[in-house]
Design a binder for this molecule. Structure first.
Ligand code: A3P
Length: 319
């Protein structure tokens, strides 16, 4: 088991300095077990290998960044807490969805990893970690539930490029260079397809534990997605809830239109340190399927589709 070979926490930096580094994105990325990470993120991922203790009733929302994490957090939080909060007085009306569900590996400002250990069960958590880098026991023995959300890689890439240029001071990456790096599998948390494929295979092998969703499917029928999520999470909508339109209310509250209309998602933000300030509005841009056509040529789109199809097809995963 690879995890056993991990260095002691005090030696993480030394260990990381032995790994491959490559420049091109707003920051050099480090490669660990075929995935590329920002150095700070890899350090945290290595730290939580020991710190995170999975529980059987954990719910983990797994994504690559820019695939709809914010949306999934909003949906899962609203569904699992629906008996606690009314829609008229809901936490999402005054809190950014990113802040109501903590990441396993990204501590909030002024907190550390012990934070999630003190949360009462059942915990609702998020992660960008590839499945093969989830801390020991998360998948096999513990039985917790994982919802994975992926997205058309062309739209995810466009979203990533805009995000990177907006969040990182002085970054002015071009579509062309982002595109060629992404096609090589060189992107934060990439190769994009490997990240999807690991969770996809697990969802086929253990459908009761891993639910695989696509951004485009939720967009096509958000109400049905709410039902599917509620069923998978073990809190299906009751007959009364169905007839009083709860699924529709959840979908509406979590919609791009509703969330971007709230003041909390327009102003303010969190200082992440390292001169990075995350505006609350940064997680919302267009919220559309197919925006790639406004930023890439058809030829580029075809090329990326072809690469991704080659990688995913044999496993039956298509975008
Ligand atoms: P775009 O840049 O294409 O608009 P993440 O939350 O994983 O960082 O992903 C961000 C992407 O999801 C952005 O995509 C953002 O606009 C979109 N998004 C955020 N909230 C959304 C919502 N409630 N519904 C649909 N899309 C949403």
């Amino acid at each position: 088991d690879d995890h056993i070979l991990l260095p002691k926490q005090s030696q993480l930096k030394d260990f990381m300095s032995t790994l491959p580094v490559r420049e091109g994105w707003s920051q050099p990325l480090i490669q660990y077990k075929r995935y590329w990470f920002r150095p700070q993120m890899l350090e945290k991922i290595l730290q939580v290998q020991d710190a995170y203790k999975p529980r059987a009733d954990d719910i983990i929302l797994a994504t690559q960044p820019k695939c709809g994490t914010t949306w999934l957090k909003a949906l899962a939080f609203t569904i699992t807490n629906r008996s606690r909060y009314s829609f008229a007085d809901h936490p999402l009306l005054t809190r950014n969805p990113q802040h109501v569900v903590p990441f396993i590996e990204i501590p909030g400002l002024g907190t550390d990893h012990t934070d999630i250990e003190t949360l009462p069960s059942p915990r609702l958590l998020a992660t960008h970690m590839p499945m093969s880098l989830l801390p020991r026991g998360t998948t096999s023995s513990c039985g917790c539930r994982i919802v994975y959300l992926c997205r058309d890689p062309k739209d995810a890439l466009v979203s990533r490029l805009h995000y990177e240029n907006r969040v990182v001071k002085g970054c002015n990456l071009s579509m062309d260079s982002a595109f060629s790096m992404f096609c090589e599998g060189f992107s934060p948390y990439g190769p994009f397809w490997d990240h999807c494929l690991e969770y996809w295979k697990e969802s086929l092998a253990r459908p009761d534990n891993v639910l695989f969703l696509k951004y485009e499917e939720i967009m096509a029928d958000p109400v049905q997605a709410v039902r599917a999520l509620a069923n998978f999470l073990g809190v299906p909508l009751t007959k009364e809830e169905e007839s009083s339109g709860v699924a529709q209310e959840v979908a509406r509250l979590c919609s791009f239109e509703t969330l971007t209309g709230l003041q909390v998602n327009q102003v303010g933000g969190v200082d992440r340190g390292n001169k990075v300030y995350l505006d609350n509005s940064v997680f919302f841009r267009k919220g559309k399927v197919g925006d790639w056509t406004n930023h890439m040529t058809q030829e580029m789109g075809g090329k990326l589709d072809h690469i991704v199809q080659e990688k995913l097809q044999e496993c039956g995963l298509v975008f």
